[in-house]
Design a protein around this ligand. Sequence first.
Ligand code: AMP
Length: 424
Amino acid sequence: MKFEDLNLIPPILKALREENYAKPTAIQAKAIPLALNHHDILGSAQTGTGKTAAFAIPIIQHLNEFTQKQNGKRNTTALIVTPTRELAIQIGESIKTYAKYTRIKHNVIFGGVKQGAQVDALKHGTDILVATPGRLLDLINQGYISLKFIKYFVLDEADRMLDMGFIHDIKKILIKLPKKRQSLFFSATMPPNIMELSQQILVNPKKIAVNPVSSTAETIQQYLYLTNKDCKTKLLLHILQDASLEQVLLFSRTKHGADRIVRNLRKKKIDCAAIHGDKAQNQRQKALKQFKNGEIRVLVATDIAARGIDIDKLQHVINYDIPNEPETYVHRIGRCGRAGEEGISISICEPEENAYVRDIEKLTKQKIQVIQDNPFPQTDKPMTAAEKKEWQKEKQKRKQEYFANRNKKRNVPKQQAKKKKKDK
Ligand code: AMP
């Protein structure tokens, strides 16, 4: 199938040609005709499948025919809600690309930055609004946004939205939407709570499923290094000696872990940066931009920060640890080998994570190839149940001590200040 077979208008076809998209991806071939025919859609698709274009193109095409203006100002007729700032920005960039030769205007709003510039941009009117839930509700409550003209509503990455605790925000947004509208609902997984949410949003939806989360793209080669916990950094440096790993997205389970990896890599003069929830929005965007421009070789990310990161032609993903949820592994490695490109994922596994590898292999029904040529092979054994219990107790104790000490240190200046005030 070609894009020309999908009844798309010439300005969109022209933009797609410029992007060198040879043909629609599976989700696009299925979703675009249904959405153009005004059906609600329940789409099971992960990032990397081309789902952004699958929902954005039909909306652009519809809106291009009927841009609503009142007193010369555009009304927001399409709303796309997505869980993270990075995703919102990327969806905005995709819309900009596909709508390049149309009259459609779009805006992107997300939290974590001052609202002034976003509010100013909204004052000029917009056709399509891409938003994260919290900032959207904030600006609605302040009277800067009205949802009463919405005809098209997209809920993107619904499962992640719920994981991130946005369910109440979503429900508040739903109440404000007009009943008569077309809704498109996308989620990588479809557990019962997601199905329940979809039923509150969609009317007689057409169901589409592409690449369920258990499936890892066939174009991604997966490798595994088994090592000991205290050899991970050395092994990572060994892996990065291979110059063919030009650019790597490296996953770390924790924010502290991500910062530690960056420190260790910088000591060896490897250009890198971390993106995670403790980094300010402008730092995260700067790091992502530098990575996309090729200025840094390794981008270290936590799962939530990396969600939906879309980097053209990214070939390598390294898992510095093995996630305990196998679905997270599938999402992580899905960042490379996108839209049919080749990708390589390398995972570093310590003894305690051996069991997680087994869970992943069960889910994906694929064996991950173990690299034998490994200077730091795994010699330690996973802890026994009793040892693990003891270790967890010890860890808890140390954590409590750490917080008690920290609070003590923080309280000292406060108490001193109070005393000073009193003395005055
Ligand atoms: P998404 O799943 O929407 O995040 O898209 C993943 C990547 O695939 C993005 O970099 C898109 O630009 C790219 N893409 C989307 N549709 C196509 C297509 N039909 N052909 C080639 N690349 C595409």
